[in-house]
Design a binder for this molecule. Structure first.
Ligand SMILES: Cc1cc2nc3c(=O)[nH]c(=O)nc-3n(C[C@H](O)[C@H](O)[C@H](O)COP(=O)(O)OP(=O)(O)OC[C@H]3O[C@@H](n4cnc5c(N)ncnc54)[C@H](O)[C@@H]3O)c2cc1C
Length: 362
């Protein structure tokens, strides 16, 4: 029970997809996922479930620090990742709904900008994703402060919990084992294998692995102290039921930093990290009251102006960012590969990162 062909450290979207792709490539391989939480406990069970490839202002912001070729490549990866997600897990199993992503603007949308980004992405995506949808502002009941809505027709939503359960089921069906409440203390190279040491404070078990995949995203500095990666905490809140709230779509504003959608008559909203980037650059879970207050204010002023929002649930999750907005596939050694730094894009690109990890393995 201690010898494995592959040990995957971290049971989030990337860890599970890595185990699935490896099992498909080597059907007889002995694979285990080692997760320190009772279940996935970083970002994959905490996210907002947006299946997004980028809002117009997010892409415009990206172009200030990446070339247009790199941007097209990233958008295409997000698009292809969402297709792959549905193919591997099944659209219904993860409650995938391509209901459109809408960006709220505080000025009338710039038609030239819409044309520019449609032109830029058309060849790669084989479609022109963006269109102005201002006529829906009234239908959705948003405040008059919202002057424009720009729809991305290729975006939508998934059910975060169903996605993770589907991943677990798929991995189990391929013979992948998982150990939970199993904290990895260290990953140590030996001559012909890698030692994966498990325990709370002191070593309790040692697994022997031929290959190790580090899928620990924001928590990866423990294993690779020098990689270009910073943690970023994210906040999500869910309201009590709101009468007649049944708007379909995923919604963003402030360059994609803030987001919301409606689920079973409740408002899910989150983001606001830009309000305290330094304070939120942490691997500690917790609720930042400044962000919470501002998001609630936005909800009451902009999103549901005729109703006072009351919260039922609030939680945080931890993402990973770096100097570049692209995932990091890092070959630590011949036997150890890390696939990390997925930013706020992991629902879409988690499977792509996993595929790249497995490609790096012999
Ligand atoms: C609040 C929030 C909202 C988001 N919304 C969206 C969204 O709408 N759409 C989107 O595409 N993306 C979103 N994201 C980002 C997305 O969730 C992540 O990019 C994705 O989940 C990353 O997956 P992962 O497997 O790389 O990391 P994680 O899910 O963080 O998995 C890493 C796992 O490693 C485990 N681990 C860490 N250290 C150890 C150790 N020493 N031993 C054992 N296990 C360990 C952790 O417990 C964790 O379960 C959001 C993220 C957050 C936090």
């Amino acid at each position: 029970m201690l010898d494995y062909d592959l040990v995957v450290v971290g049971g989030g979207i990337v860890g599970y997809f890595t185990s699935i792709y490896y099992a498909q490539r080597y059907p007889n391989a002995k694979i285990v996922i080692v997760e320190r939480g009772l279940f996935s406990s970083g970002a994959s069970t905490k996210n907002a479930g947006f299946s997004c490839i980028g809002s117009l202002s997010e892409l415009q912001d990206d172009l200030t620090h990446m070339s247009s070729e790199a941007l097209i490549d990233l958008v295409l990866k997000r698009y292809q990742g969402l297709k792959e997600l549905q193919k591997v897990l099944g659209t219904t199993n993860i409650d995938y709904q391509e209901v459109g992503g809408y960006e709220l603007t505080f000025e009338l949308p710039d038609k030239d900008k819409i044309t520019y980004f449609n032109d830029l992405l058309e060849k790669a995506l084989q479609s022109r994703p963006f269109e102005a949808s201002n006529h829906k502002i009234k239908e959705f009941g948003f405040s008059k402060q919202i002057k424009g809505l720009i729809k991305n027709n290729l975006e939508g939503t998934v059910n975060t919990g169903k996605l993770m359960v589907s991943l677990q089921n798929k991995a189990t069906s391929l013979g992948v084992q998982s150990l939970t409440l199993a904290n990895v203390l260290s990953v140590e190279e030996e001559n012909n294998f890698v030692k994966v040491v498990i325990g709370q404070d002191n070593p309790e078990y040692v697994l022997k692995a031929q290959q190790v995949a580090l899928c620990t995203n924001a928590f990866s500095k423990q294993f690779c102290p020098v990689i270009d990666l910073n943690p970023g905490r994210g906040l999500v809140m869910v309201s009590k039921p709101i009468p007649n709230a049944s708007i379909k779509g995923s919604f963003h504003y402030h360059n994609g930093y803030n987001y919301f959608r409606f689920i079973n008559g409740r408002l899910l909203l989150g983001g606001g990290r830009y309000l305290d980037k330094e304070g939120e650059a942490t691997t500690e879970f917790g609720i930042n009251e400044t962000l919470k207050t501002q998001l609630l204010h936005d909800a009451n002023q902009l999103i549901v102006p005729h109703h006072t929002i009351e919260l039922d649930y609030t939680w945080s999750g931890i993402m990973a960012f770096g100097s570049q907005k692209i995932p990091l596939i890092h070959q630590v050694s011949d036997r150890v590969v890390a696939g990390v730094r997925l930013g706020g894009m992991g629902v879409a690109i988690g499977c792509i990162v996993a595929r790249d990890i497995v490609h790096k393995m012999p």
